[in-house]
Structure formats: C-alpha cells, structure tokens
Design a protein around this ligand. Structure first.
Ligand SMILES: Nc1ncnc2c1ncn2[C@@H]1O[C@H](COP(=O)(O)OP(=O)(O)OP(=O)(O)O)[C@@H](O)[C@H]1O
Ligand SMILES: [Mg+2]
Length: 494
C-alpha cells in the first residue's frame, strides 16, 4: 500500500506526521507552562492580598468584635476571587470565617492545611501567618476561586488550537513545495527514459545545474546510455558484417561444391586410366610402368578423398547436405568397419577389439554418414597409435527420455594436450605442425564427423591425455521416427 503512493505524497505524509507530533508536543508544553504561570500568579496575588489585609485581620483577631468582622466582610466582598477566608488564632482555633456564597462548603474542614499552597477542585488554598513586629498572632487561610485564571487559560488554549491547523496548513504547503524540488529530478529522469527510442538506439540525455548527488546520478545515467549506444552500434555493425560474411561464405561453399564436382570427373578418369595402364603393363611385364601407374593411382585416390572431404564440408556449410534415414544394423556396420580397417591396423602393429553391449540392435540413422564417422575416428586412432591398443565400445542408453546409442573409440596412441583439444573440430586444423609431415591428412575428418553427428541429432565428445591416448565418444539418437524434417532442416542450417 505504502509503496503504491508516489514519493512526493509519501514525503508530504511524513512531513505532516512530523509536524503534528511537534505541534502537539509544543501545545502540551505551552499548556503546562501556562498552568504553572497562572498558579504562581494566583499565589503571588493572594499573598499580596494577605499583606494588604494584614493590619485589618490582626485587628479583628485581637479585638474579636462583630463590628470589626463586618468591616472585614465588607472589604472582602470587593474581591471576587476570594471564595472563603478563615481567621485562626495562635492555637489554630477559628475565630472568624468568611464565605462569599452561603451554600459554599465550610472552610473549617480545611484548617489543617499548612503554608504550602494547595490546588484542589478549582480553588487555591493558602495559609498565611498574621505577624506584627516579627511576632505571629495567628494565621489566615484563603480559599481563592481560580475560575478567573482558568478563563484566561482557556482563551490561551483556544488561540493555540486555532493557530495549530493554520501552522499545519502552512507546513504542508511548504512540504509540498519542498517535495516537488526533491522528486522533480527523478521525474525528469523517468521522462527521459520513457522518451528514449530503444528500437532506433536513440536515447534522451539529461542535464542539471546541481552539483550534488543528483548531478552524479545524471552523469551515471548519461554514461550508461552512451555506453548502450556505443555497444548497440557495435553489435549492429557486427551483425551486418556477419550477414555479409554469411553471404560470402555461402557463395564460397557453393563455388567449392561446384569446383569439387568439376574436379572429381577428370580425377575419376585419371584413376580409371591408371588402373587400365597397370593391368596392361602387368600383361606386357613392364614393371616400371606398373609402379608408375600404381603411384598415379594412390596419388589420385588421395586427391579424390581430399576433394570428397572438401565437397562434404562445403555442402554442410551451404546447408545442402542431405540426410537419408533408414534402419541400420549396428553390428553389420561394425563388421564392415573392422574388415575395412584391419589391414591398416596390422600395418601399424596395433590390436583392435570390439565390445558390443547388450541391447544394441537396429538404429534409425544415415548409414553412409555413420560409416564415414566411424571410419574417420578409427582411422585417426590407428594413425596416431603404433604398437598399441584400439578399442571400440558400443552401447545404447536412455538419454533425456530418448534412446541413444554410443560409440566409444579408445586408443593408446600419442594423445593430445589441453591446448590441442581446444582447437579440435576446427576445419583444416591439425593438432601439431608435424602432423601433416608425419601422418598426412588434411585436418577435415573430425570437423566433418562432428557436423554429420549434429546433423543426425547427436554429437562427438573427446577425452585425451598427451602421451597416454585418446577416447572419442559418438552419441546418436537410436530412433529418429519422432524427428521431423523441420528438425533436420534446422540442424542443416547449423
Ligand atoms: N586419436 C587421435 N590421437 C591423437 N590425435 C588425434 C586423434 N584424432 C585426431 N587427432 C588430432 O586431431 C587432428 C585433426 O584430426 P582430423 O581427423 O580432423 O584430421 P586429420 O586426421 O589430420 O586429417 P583427415 O582426417 O582430414 O585426413 C589430427 O591432425 C590430430 O592432430
Ligand atoms: Mg582424420
């Protein structure tokens, strides 16, 4: 509730409460002082009256004659405030008493009062000794009606109560004015924020002549929006550049795809002719020509695989790589893989083992791409391992409610450093400079394999330690039936 009220109203309410509190306090204090002052005035005036009547009262006390008493009564009747009076002799015996109104309570019952003034029931009771030449003959007790004084007191109180709302009103008007001065800088800031056009990166700056916290706040705000403007401009430029480079990238990929196609046709012819020449040379026993034609064939096939890789990558980047999903027997793929790779494994004196866990059977995926992924990884494992172990483990598991198949290819080869792992899967990147020289290859295998995996809804992860070996894990969804063409299109777009 309180937080729904504007700061300005909150300030005014708080100010009003404070003002009321202070006013009420002042009023109570003023009232208290007024009462005190009026009481001491009544005492003072009574004492003066006592001193004035001292001679007559002494006379009455000593003579105790009716004529003297009637004189005194007559004189006292001129003082409205004297409600009653009692004359007491030296033994505190009442010798005379005066009462302004007959129905008033007798003064006798209060003759016991001492010289300390007492205020009771709207009266002042004051006892004063009657002296002559420092000898005390008796005493007089005055009963003074305070009505006259109280009337003045009420008048004062009335004036105070009249002034109070006036003061409150003036105070509130000042509070309203002051709160405006304090809340206005925030209103200006809020207006500037509202007027800012975020869409077009146009912001309203604020300025002030103040040199206090408001100036700091405004400066901070201006600095912030200057930074936002700068950052947004930078981002827009980056997006623009990215869009331009995306267009250029697509053009490059399309060009590469066309070029690769154009290169493959004559290259296939070269490979074909080199095989014909080899066979003819074998028949005519021209051993030199057989060797040359074999060299042409090996070089041609290497070039063809390189062109195929470049073509695959450019197709992926151009979003033109098609996916053909079909039921695939994991065991048959593994059998094929082992027969293809075994001669190479033997050449490097490695030992290849395959472990297929229970539950692995048919999965729905792209057969050609799965083959290519596994060949890439197993050939890598073999390429970077000599006299070691290569192990392929396959298992299927539930992964986030969807069944997934895992292929883990482990080797005990040269392994990789953490820095190398960071740049893995980057096209045309080989871990170490000596790799091409010592092991050959283009640095495209892993990139293509990872992109294929992602295209099929999975991924490749790697763990490796330099000098100890590496382990690549391929994760692929086992069933693709629930994957729509839209998903594949999205994955193609990267
Ligand atoms: N099993 C592994 N052991 C150690 N290093 C590896 C292994 N697999 C990959 N690498 C490192 O990662 C780099 C990239 O591998 P990738 O398969 O992409 O390229 P390549 O094998 O060099 O060439 P390509 O596969 O294109 O013929 C390799 O050059 C190598 O440095
Ligand atoms: Mg490779």
């Amino acid at each position: 509730m309180w937080h729904n009220i504007s700061i300005r109203s909150q300030l005014v309410i708080l100010f009003a409460l404070l003002l009321t509190f202070v006013e009420a306090g002042t009023l109570a204090l003023a009232y208290w002082f007024d009462i005190k002052e009026r009481r001491s005035l009544a005492i003072e005036q009574t004492r003066t009256l006592g001193r004035t009547l001292n001679h007559d009262l002494l006379k009455a006390l000593l003579n105790q004659q009716a004529s003297v008493y009637s004189d005194i009564s007559f004189r006292l009747s001129g003082f409205d405030s004297v409600a009653a009076l009692a004359l007491l002799d030296g033994k505190d015996k009442v010798v005379y008493q005066y009462q302004q109104q007959q129905n008033m309570q007798s003064i006798l019952d209060i003759t016991h009062i001492e010289t300390i003034p007492q205020f009771t029931g709207g009266f002042l009771l004051l006892r004063q000794p009657l002296k002559s030449d420092n000898y005390v003959f008796g005493s007089v007790i005055f009963k003074i009606d305070l009505a006259a004084y109280n009337t003045q007191l009420k008048e004062h109180l009335f004036v105070l109560l009249l002034i109070f709302p006036l003061e409150l009103f003036v105070g509130l008007a000042i509070a309203w004015r002051i709160s405006r001065a304090y809340t206005q800088p925030f209103t200006v800031l809020a207006d500037a924020m509202k007027a800012s056009d975020v869409q077009n990166n146009e912001y309203q700056y604020v300025s002030t002549r103040a040199k206090n916290e408001i100036a700091d706040l405004y400066e901070g705000y201006n600095l912030l929006i200057r930074q936002i403007e700068k950052t947004t401009d930078g981002l827009r430029q980056a997006i623009c550049h990215r869009e331009q480079s995306d267009v250029a990238n697509q053009a490059k990929s399309a060009f590469l795809a066309n070029m690769s196609h154009e290169l493959r046709t004559p290259l296939n012819a070269i490979i074909g002719y080199s095989e014909i020449i080899r066979e003819n040379s074998l028949e005519t026993h021209q051993s030199e020509l057989v060797r040359d034609s074999e060299n042409i064939n090996v070089a041609g096939r290497h070039l063809l695989s390189l062109i195929n890789s470049v073509l695959d990558l450019s197709k992926i980047e151009a979003g033109k790589m098609d996916v053909h999903l079909e039921p695939v027997s994991v065991k048959s793929v593994l059998y094929e893989l082992v027969s293809t790779i075994n001669p190479l494994v033997d050449k490097k004196h490695n030992r290849l083992t395959v472990e297929v866990k229970n539950g692995v059977d048919i999965i729905t995926t792209d057969l050609t791409k799965l083959r290519q992924i596994l060949i890439n990884l197993v050939s890598n494992a073999n390429k970077f391992t000599s006299n070691g172990e290569i192990k392929i483990e396959v298992w299927c598991a539930e992964y986030r409610d969807a069944g997934c198949c895992y292929f883990k290819i482990r080797d005990t080869g040269i392994g990789m450093s953490p820095e190398t792992l960071k740049k893995l899967f980057t096209p045309f990147t080989q871990a170490e400079k000596y790799t091409t020289r010592d092991f050959g290859g283009t640095g495209l295998g892993l990139t293509i394999s990872k992109r294929f995996c992602q295209l099929l809804g999975g991924d490749i992860t790697v763990e490796s330690e330099l000098g100890k070996g590496s382990a690549f894990t391929v994760r692929l969804p086992a069933a693709q039936s629930d994957i729509s063409n839209k998903d594949v299109e999205k994955r193609k777009a990267g």
